[in-house]
Design a protein. Sequence first.
Lengths: 234, 362
Amino acid sequence: MLSQQDMLEAERHGRQVRSIYVYEAPVRLWHWINALCMVVLAVTGYFIGKPLPTVPGDSTENFVMGYIRFAHFAAAYIFAIGLLGRIYWALVGNHHARQIFMLPITNKHWWSEVFFELRWYLFLEKTPKKYVGHNPMAQLMMFFFFTVLAVGMVLTGFALYSEGTGLGSWADTLFGWVIPALGGSLQVHNLHRLGMWIMMTFAVIHIYAAIREDIMSRQSLISTMISGWRMFKD
Amino acid sequence: MTETFYDVLRRQGISRRSFLKFCSLTATSLGLGSAAAPRIAQAMETKPRTPVLWLHGLECTCCTESFIRSAHPLTKDVVLSMLSLDYDDTLMAAAGHQAEEILEEVKRKYKGQYIVAVEGNPPLNEDGMFCIQGGRPFIEKLRETCADAKAIISWGACASYGCVQAAKPNPTRATPVHKVISGKPIINVPGCPPIPEVMTGVVTYMLTFDRIPELDRQGRPKMFYGQRIHDKCYRRGHFDAGQFAEAWDDEGSRKGYCLYKMGCKGPTTYNACSSMRWNGGVSWPVQSGHGCIGCSEDGFWDKGSFYDRVTDIKAFGVESNADTIGKAAAGTVGAAIAAHAAVTALARARQKAGETEEQKGE
């Protein structure tokens, strides 16, 4: 069963809709680049806080932490610029591109769908609903555990980066205020690391839910993020 | 007319040559370059000494101990004389009513001209009864003295952030100076204690240029607190190479590798220890083989162990570090997902079995 808005869209596409174009190319490209960045950031970030065992030899011949930090900063730049690009696409792209940036919290119907999805995941509903974009529950999770968190990670991350670039640098001018606001450098380091764990936990849920829905709700999810087309199997 | 700094010097038998050496040393340590040395000399020759009232709240006197051990012999003698340190209950000879009279006199005579240097902080609980001086709460004395001051210097972590007496649960409600005094320029010079040359440097700058040094977002002089210990640490090369001491007595520790894994707070601490060092440049914590404890950072007593890199977060009433919380969350969610997947598979299998039976029934 399709939701109301999606029904209208399905109607526009003709009655016998089997597939709908959902995710435009920039969204798909961003999704996978972003996923790659997150993996690099989480792994290198983990080892920045808890470094690898000491390397033997002269310090002039080794640059392990240097390379790890370089990878972290490079991925962070791509992640942040990607996020900006994604925000731009939310403005100019189709309405699905706006889903993870805005929650229709005043819409009662939307809330009822959130609870429907919750019941579905708790095995209290037998038949899943179908959605062209994210289901309302997924949208809610996406908004808080990706969009809001990602902005937080960019703020804290570049604030920490500004400590290296120094007072008066662009990073310090734009993000330096975050450090005293959150209670000092060490606290920001810790919160940034906590943010990493939350995001990784979310990633695990995200991947599981995508695979599960792909199988259970008889619509394509994983291939949709590759081809852009949502296929409905019945 | 108050005598100038130079008059005092000459009276004390210090040669002009020594005086000029002090001026260039001060100019260098302030990061001002050689051109500033004559300006400092001129200022000290011509300007009347600025009276300084040095107040002590809840503190341990480590700031004073540090200050009077400033490495350059001139700095110690001279800055003390130059300051015209009219009131400092630890160092002054006068006591009792005599001492308190000086306070009144300076306030009257140099209204808006004197500097208040505060060591320690006022406790606010029980109407400030936890720190009584001259029969009344320190907070009153602080407010009155600061009212007509030109500027206020908050010496050390106590005055700047609260330090140990403000550590949780802070029973006396010890409060940093900038949270009780407003409307005056306040310079935070954190550290437990601050580096002596930093203290004298700040004072010299203010007397020479008649203005307060450029401050960062937390009110600290940029010239001394603009960089982290980590940025200038001589062990930084080992950090970038990935060479760490993993225990206090291991090979890496003997070789002088980076103390990051031993919980060194150098990367999160803004201070000048790694460039100015202590005791006249003899050594400093990292050089002696112990990590930085971050004594010049806000609330450093409440930021978890001195010996962990990823320390406890106490912001939300939990006392657990990011990794513990993260691993617990990831583990719980992972287990929940496994269980959820199992139930899904089971429900699906049952549903299918039901469908087959229905078909059979038909």
